[in-house]
Ligand binder design. Structure first.
Ligand code: FAD
Ligand code: NAD
Length: 473
């Protein structure tokens, strides 16, 4: 079979690319090993985790009502129903993707693909009994995604040791759960299990949770998690796991020396690895870097003129919106447009409670680049809306170029930060100045106002914050 454009992988990168190609009149097929479209994000990542985090947030809000004089009885958990409701969200969305593919005449080829040369893929059956087929193409967009990183010493063959996919299956709510890795997945899934009733502990190798995020954003989250979780061990390494029947015995090495403790389950969330191996890329001219990421240029082209690559397989940050955006750039490039993947801001959101979101430069970037910026922080304690919601623990900050007043970065921590960051992305992409943010009328009373107020504060002119006149610009 020959198809002008083949997309290898049906995740948010792959299906966005294939659908745009079809819209532009390019005959296209998606090869996917899973029986459903959606990839990691929809089937075992973003969407199921956010559905469960929504449940966790509702449980937390019900508890918070106590101080407003509203008492709810302890909630009863029907785990089968919760699991089924989560699975329904996935089924609805993946069914929608299948319909959209059909309507656009995107051909779906089920199987495990492998390059035999720069223009040929062998597709092995995804299930026993199926037939192999050969697919040739003019161009292929590789969108094979990533998988959980594994630590060989933790592969003890115990069903009590799980990765994010296992954790999202929600087989049980264990009495105690150890999360190895204080990153995105560890803190999001730790929050879910803690809200559903597990005693959650987190062990993180470095000296902070979410090492890539700004400290002032992490602080309010860490303070809340210290109450929600049983223990947070920083600068601590898990040396060994032992299945002891009804539990896993975990041996730690931390600042206070060695220790060990039993947990009903262990979630390992120590990062993800690109799916660039086992694809036969050695039979093409594609170059794979030392960390396993496929190397691409600004148009997502690899060193092989027939092959482009997008999403998790070609670098970090491994985020769904980056994958989809790159998918569109790749297709536009093939369509002859002057497309380029050169964003000023790829937003990042950690959907914990509070949420943490940032876009553009972080303080870490500024330090690494030796750049001078001015940082203006607006504490939510000065926001009427935050008081009305009982959530004054938030913070909105902007990083501004002091020469031009251009907004270079925005960081937010607080409930809904993931929604609020969109304004920061637009501001950075549009090259807005702090004055633009300040002078755009924001609705009152909203948390969105804190973005404008942080710009007011940059000029020393925030209504709800007093700064002596000498400090005002
Ligand atoms: P993937 O979604 O991984 O899709 C790759 C597809 O390729 C898969 O369907 C796979 O089956 C298929 N494939 C691979 N090899 C072959 C082969 N040889 N033959 C046929 N098919 C193949 N990102 C966010 O932006 N927001 C979030 O909230 C978020 N939450 C997450 C939560 C969890 C628990 C996890 C694990 C990830 C989360 N992510 C989130 C990351 C996000 O899921 C990924 O960045 C995104 O899915 C990457 O898209 P992709 O298209 O590059 O690859
Ligand atoms: P991560 O990189 O976010 O965090 C992994 C953490 O594990 C780091 O803090 C690291 O220091 C720590 N670590 C590494 N080895 C360790 C060890 N041996 N012991 C203890 N700690 C160790 O990775 P993740 O949480 O697995 O998530 C993978 C990726 O998936 C993320 O980087 C992100 O790109 C994506 N993701 C995004 C979202 C979102 O957008 N909300 C949610 C989940 C996942």
């Amino acid at each position: 079979m020959h198809v002008p454009l083949v997309v290898l992988g049906g995740g948010p990168g792959g299906y966005a690319a294939a659908f745009l190609a079809a819209d532009l009149g390019i005959p296209v097929a998606i090869i996917e090993q899973d029986e459903r479209l959606g990839g990691t994000c929809l089937l075992r990542g973003c969407i199921p985790s956010k559905a469960l985090l929504h449940v966790g947030r509702v449980l937390a809000e019900a508890r918070e009502m106590e101080e407003w004089g509203i008492h709810f009885e302890k909630p009863a958990l029907k785990l089968d129903q919760l699991r089924a409701r989560k699975d329904k969200v996935i089924a609805t969305l993946t069914g929608g993707l299948a319909t959209l593919a059909r309507r656009r005449n995107v051909q779906l080829i089920r199987g495990v693909a492998r390059f035999t040369n720069s223009t040929t893929l062998e597709v092995a059956p995804a299930e026993p009994g199926g037939a192999s087929q050969t697919v040739t193409f003019d161009h292929c967009i590789l969108a094979s995604g990533s998988r959980p990183a594994r630590i060989p010493a933790f592969d003890i063959g115990s069903p009590r040791v799980m990765d994010s996919t296992g954790a999202l299956e929600l087989k049980e709510i264990p009495e105690s759960l150890l999360v190895v890795g204080g990153g995105y997945i560890g803190l999001e899934m730790g929050t879910v299990y803690a809200e559903l009733g597990s005693d959650v502990s987190v062990v993180e190798l470095t000296d902070t949770l979410l090492p890539g995020a700004d400290r002032d954003l992490v602080k309010p989250l860490q303070q809340r998690l210290e109450k929600l979780f049983d223990t947070i061990h920083l600068r601590t390494k898990v040396m060994k796991l032992e299945d002891v029947g009804k539990a896993v015995r975990v041996h730690f090495e931390g600042p206070e020396g060695p220790s060990s403790r039993e947990f009903c389950r262990v979630l390992v969330a120590v990062g993800r690895r690109p799916n660039s191996d086992g694809l036969g890329l050695e039979n093409t001219k594609v170059v794979v870097g030392p960390k396993g990421f496929v190397e691409v240029d600004g148009q997502q082209r690899t060193a092989d003129p027939h092959i482009l690559a997008i999403g998790d397989v070609c670098g970090e940050p491994m985020l769904a919106h980056r994958a989809s955006h790159q998918g569109k750039v790749a297709v536009e490039a093939l369509h002859g447009e002057a497309a380029l993947f050169a964003p000023r801001a790829i937003p990042a959101v950690v959907f914990t409670d509070p949420e943490i979101a940032w876009a553009g430069l972080t303080e870490g970037d500024v330090a690494a680049q030796g750049r001078t910026v001015e940082i203006s922080r607006y504490p939510w304690a000065a926001s009427g809306r935050a008081h009305a919601l009982g959530r004054t623990d938030g913070l909105t900050k902007i990083l501004v170029d002091p020469e031009t007043d251009t907004v270079l970065g925005v960081g937010i921590v607080g409930p809904g930060a993931g929604e609020l960051i969109a304004e920061g992305v637009l501001a950075i992409e549009m090259g807005c100045s702090a004055r633009d943010l300040m002078e755009a009328i924001h609705p009152h009373p909203t948390l969105g106002e804190t973005v404008a107020f942080s710009a007011e504060n940059y000029f020393g002119l925030a209504t709800e914050i007093y700064r002596p006149r000498t400090e005002a610009k």
